[in-house]
Design a binder for this molecule. Structure first.
Ligand code: GLN
Ligand code: ZN
Length: 772
C-alpha cells in the first residue's frame, strides 16, 4: 500500500491573491465576509491541486490569514490577556490585533531595511523565524494564568469545507510540545512545560472532534525533534503521545528541517500510528528509521525537497524509496520533506525565466507532480511513468552539464587561492593606528548604515526605467540628484563618514544578484515571509562571477561631491547566499566562497577608485546557523572565512565595516570577532545597550557602532536618550572604539524624521566628545 501526501501547501496563492485580499481588508475596502470568501477560494483551489496530483489526502489546517501559529493560539483559546479583548470583538479582528498590534495602521512605516516589520507592532505578538527558514511566526505567550480551551471553530470549519468538496482530509496540527517550545514565558521563573497536562486535554478534545467528523489521519507536527532538546522536554514526548492515543484517529507525527540524531530512537518509539521524516535534510538517517520504526506503523518519507526549488532527481529518489519499501512490507507514504510553504506556488511559465531554467526548477505545484510520479512508479512500475521519469532525467543531465552552471575559471580560482586570502596584512591594532592617521576622525565618529529614504519618486523612477519609459541616462541623472541630496544633508548635519544612500538599489541582495553571473530572477516566485509579506528570492543556479564593477561609479560620484570619507556599501556573501534559493549540486560553503570572491573584487575596485572605507553588510550571518549546536562550528567556520575572503583584498589603510541587525550575539562573539572587520555596527537601541555587555566582557577587540536609535519607528529620539545610551556603551566598551550610528538603514523612513533624528544623533556624539 503506497500513499502520497504533502505536509502543507503555500497559502498565499499563485498570484498572491491572499496578500492582496488581506491588504484590501486592512484598508477597509473589503469586509470580513469577503476576506473569508477569498480564503475559501484559495483553499478549495489548493486542495483540488493536491487531489488532481493523485495525492491520497488533501492537507487541511495549513491555511492561515496571517500565520499558522496564530491560528493555533485561537484554536486553543490562549490569546494573551494583555490584549484585553472584549466579548464583542470578532475572532478575526482579535486575530489581526494579535498579529499586527494596536498601532497596526502604522505598520507600513514600521518596516526596517531588512524587510522585517518591528517598531509600532510592539504591542503585537513578537515575530520570530520559523526554525531555520525565512518564514516568521507569531510567538505564543505563556504564564501561569494561561488556560487552554477549544475556542476557534476555524479548523473544524475548514475540515467540513474540504469534506463537502469530496476530499479525503488529513488535518494538520502543530504538536503540543513544539507549540510550547516555540512560545515565550512571560513571567520570571515560570516553566512553560508545566502547561503540558492542561494543553493535552485540549488536544484530546480536538482529536475527538476530528474523529467524530470522520477523520482517520491527523498529522501532528513536532519539528522540535530536530533540535537539541533538554531532557525534560524529551522525556515529555512519550507520555504526551500516550495521552493522545485514540482508537478512532491515527496520528502521523511529522518531523522536518533537521536530522533526528539523539531523538531518533524516541521518534521511532512514540505510540503514534505513523512517522514522517525529512529524507532530504537527513537522508542518511532514513535507513536507521526504516529499521527502527515498528513495522505496524506507517513511514512517510519526505524525499521531495520542500525547502528548495530544484526539480528533483527522481531516479535517485525512486531508488531510495524502493530500498525503504523492501524493508517496510510494501507500505510507505511518499511526501515532500516539509510543508511546501517555503517554495513558490509554481515556477512553470514564469515570464522572467527562459525555458531551460524553468525546466530545471520545481515550485509547489511541480513538486506535487513529482510526488505523483514517484508514487505511480512504485505502484505500477517505472514504465507507467516512463515519459515523466525521462523528462526529469534529461533536465538533471542538462543542468549538470550546462555551461551556464559551470564556469571553469571560477572553479580554478577557488581551487588555487593563496593560504592568506582571508587575512588582512597587519593585525587590527596596527591597522587602527594607520587608519586613524589617514582619516583623522574625531572621538565617537558618526555615520549611518547605508540607505536613506527610498521615496516614492525613487521607486517611480525605477519602475519607469523597467517599463522603458525612462531612458537609462535620465535614470542615472535622477539617482545622481538623490545622491547629491543625501550628501548635502549629511554634510549639513556634520556627519563624519558619509554614505551615498543606496537610492539606486531595489533590494540589497537583488541589486547585486542582478549584476552577477550565476543568478536568475523570477517574475512570480513569491514566498510568504509573514502575514501579507512575501519575498522573491533570487535563484542562484550557477558559478558566480562578476562581469564588471557593480557599485564603483555610484560611489565615486558620491565621493566627488564631498571631502569627507564616502563609505562604499556592499552586501556580504553570506547574506546573499542566505536570502537566495541556492544550488543543491555543491555545498553551500562552495557557493559562499564564489560570492565572496566576486565581492572581494568589488572591494578592491572601490579601493582602487579611492574609496577608503567600505562596508560589507552581513545581517544574515546568524540566520544561517544550523538548528543543531553540533553543526554550528562548521557553518561559522566557512561563513566567517567567506566574509574574510571578501574583505581581505585591501591595504591596511582601508577601513572595512560590517553591519548586522539582530540582537543576539553572545553565542557567536568569537566568530564575529574573527571576522576582523575594523568596525561593526549593530542593532542595540531597543535592548537598551544590554547587548553590548557581551561584547564588553568578551573584550571584543575592534571598533563598534552600537545603534543609538530605533529606525523602525518615525519617532525622533531626544539627544539625552542617545547620550545616555552612549554612556552606557562606554561603560562596557573602550570609548576610543565606539562609533555613533542608528540601528539600521533608513530606507523605510521619511526625510523629515530622518534629518531630525540624525541632527540629534550628531549632537549626542558632540556631547560625548565634550564630556571626553
Ligand atoms: N546597508 C543596508 C541599508 O542600510 C543594510 C540593511 C540591513 O542591514 N538589513 O539599507
Ligand atoms: Zn540592519
Amino acid at each position: 500500500m503506497i500513499s502520497a501526501h504533502v505536509l502543507g501547501f503555500p497559502r498565499i496563492g499563485e498570484h498572491r491573491e491572499l496578500k492582496f485580499a488581506l491588504e484590501r481588508h486592512w484598508r477597509g475596502e473589503i469586509d470580513a465576509d469577503q476576506l473569508e470568501a477569498a480564503g475559501r477560494e484559495l483553499r478549495a483551489r489548493h486542495w483540488q491541486l493536491q487531489r488532481d496530483a493523485g495525492l491520497d489526502f488533501v492537507t487541511v489546517g495549513d491555511f492561515a490569514f496571517y500565520d499558522q501559529v496564530a491560528n493555533h493560539i485561537q484554536l486553543l483559546g490562549c490569546e494573551p490577556a494583555r490584549f484585553g479583548f472584549v466579548e464583542h470583538e470578532s475572532e478575526l479582528a482579535r486575530y489581526f490585533t494579535m498579529a499586527r498590534g494596536v498601532a497596526a495602521e502604522k505598520e507600513a512605516q514600521a518596516e526596517c531595511a531588512c524587510g522585517h516589520s518591528h517598531g509600532e507592532a510592539r504591542h503585537a505578538l513578537e515575530m520570530t523565524k520559523w526554525f531555520d527558514t525565512n518564514y516568521h511566526y507569531l510567538v505564543p505567550e505563556f504564564d501561569s494564568h494561561t488556560q487552554f480551551k477549544l475556542s476557534s471553530r476555524r479548523l473544524f470549519g475548514e475540515v467540513e469545507e474540504a469534506l463537502k468538496l469530496g476530499h479525503r482530509v488529513k488535518p494538520v496540527l502543530l504538536g503540543p510540545l513544539s507549540f510550547l517550545w516555540l512560545g515565550k514565558e512571560k513571567a520570571a521563573g515560570f516553566d512553560r512545560l508545566s502547561l503540558l497536562p492542561q494543553l493535552l486535554k485540549a488536544y484530546a478534545e480536538i482529536l475527538q472532534r476530528l474523529g467524530t467528523a470522520g477523520i482517520q489521519w491527523v498529522q501532528i507536527d513536532e519539528p522540535i525533534l530536530g533540535v537539541d532538546l533538554p531532557a525534560a522536554w524529551r522525556d515529555a514526548f512519550a507520555p504526551a503521545y500516550e495521552a493522545l492515543r485514540r482508537a478512532d484517529v491515527s496520528v502521523l507525527l511529522a518531523t522536518y528541517f533537521a536530522p533526528l540524531r539523539d531523538n531518533l530512537a524516541l521518534a521511532c518509539s512514540l505510540p503514534v500510528a505513523g512517522l514522517h521524516v525529512d529524507a532530504v535534510r537527513a537522508l542518511d538517517e532514513l535507513e536507521t528509521v526504516t529499521r527502527q520504526l515498528p513495522l505496524e506503523r506507517e513511514l512517510s518519507v519526505g524525499i521531495v525537497d520542500g525547502r528548495n526549488i530544484w526539480r528533483g532527481d527522481l531516479d535517485l529518489a525512486l531508488d531510495r524509496l524502493r530500498t525503504t519499501l523492501a524493508h517496510r512490507n510494501g507500505r510507505l507514504w511518499v511526501a515532500a520533506s516539509c510543508s511546501l510553504l517555503h517554495v513558490p506556488t509554481t515556477l512553470r511559465e514564469d515570464k522572467a525565466l527562459d525555458a531551460e531554467l524553468q525546466s530545471w526548477l520545481a515550485g509547489a505545484k511541480e513538486k506535487l507532480d513529482e510526488i505523483r510520479v514517484l508514487k505511480q512508479a512504485l505502484v505500477d512500475g517505472p514504465t507507467a511513468v516512463r515519459a515523466e521519469l525521462f523528462a526529469a532525467r534529461s533536465a538533471q543531465a542538462a543542468r549538470r552539464s550546462s555551461p551556464r552552471v559551470k564556469n571553469p575559471a571560477v572553479a580554478e580560482r577557488a581551487a588555487t587561492l593563496a593560504a592568506d586570502v582571508d587575512q588582512r596584512h597587519a593585525a587590527f591594532t596596527r591597522r587602527q593606528a594607520i587608519q586613524q592617521q589617514r582619516f583623522k576622525l574625531p572621538a565617537f565618529p558618526t555615520t549611518t548604515i547605508g540607505s536613506f529614504p527610498q521615496t516614492a519618486e525613487i521607486r517611480a523612477a525605477r519602475a519607469a526605467l523597467r517599463r522603458g519609459e525612462l531612458a537609462e541616462g535620465d535614470y542615472v541623472e535622477a539617482m545622481h540628484r538623490e545622491i547629491a541630496h543625501a550628501v548635502k544633508v549629511q554634510e549639513s548635519l556634520d556627519i563624519d563618514v558619509l554614505v551615498h544612500g543606496e537610492a539606486e538599489r531595489n533590494d540589497m541582495v537583488e541589486y547585486f544578484g542582478e549584476q552577477l553571473e550565476g543568478f536568475a530572477f523570477t517574475a512570480n516566485g513569491w514566498v510568504q515571509s509573514y502575514g501579507s509579506r512575501c519575498v522573491k528570492p533570487p535563484v542562484l543556479f550557477g558559478d558566480v562571477s562578476r562581469p564588471k564593477a557593480m557599485t564603483v561609479d555610484w560611489t565615486v560620484y558620491a565621493q566627488s561631491l564631498t571631502k569627507r570619507p564616502m563609505k562604499g556599501m556592499l552586501t556580504g556573501p553570506i547574506t546573499i547566499l542566505q536570502w537566495s534559493f541556492v544550488r543543491d549540486d555543491q555545498p553551500r560553503s562552495a557557493t559562499a566562497l564564489q560570492i565572496a570572491l566576486a565581492i572581494r573584487d568589488e572591494v578592491c575596485d572601490l579601493e582602487r577608485a579611492g574609496i577608503g572605507i567600505i562596508q560589507i553588510d552581513e545581517p544574515a550571518i546568524r540566520e544561517g546557523l544550523p538548528l543543531r549546536r553540533a553543526d554550528r562550528a562548521a557553518y561559522l567556520a566557512w561563513a566567517t572565512h567567506a566574509f574574510r575572503v571578501s574583505a581581505s583584498g585591501v591595504h591596511d589603510e582601508t577601513q572595512i565595516h560590517t553591519h548586522m541587525c539582530y540582537s543576539e550575539f553572545n553565542d557567536i562573539l568569537a566568530e564575529i570577532a574573527a571576522m576582523d572587520a575594523d568596525v561593526i555596527t549593530i542593532e542595540t537601541s531597543r535592548s537598551d545597550m544590554e547587548l553590548l555587555a557581551g561584547f564588553g566582557s568578551f573584550r571584543y577587540p575592534n571598533e563598534i557602532g552600537p545603534g543609538v536609535y530605533d529606525i523602525h519607528s518615525p519617532r525622533v529620539p531626544e539627544v539625552d536618550e542617545m547620550v545616555r545610551l552612549m554612556r552606557k556603551a562606554a561603560e562596557v566598551v573602550p570609548a576610543r572604539n565606539l562609533w555613533v550610528n542608528p540601528d539600521c538603514g533608513l530606507k523605510t523612513r521619511g526625510w523629515p524624521e530622518t534629518e531630525a533624528a540624525l541632527r540629534n544623533m550628531v549632537q549626542a556624539a558632540k556631547q560625548m566628545r565634550q564630556a571626553g
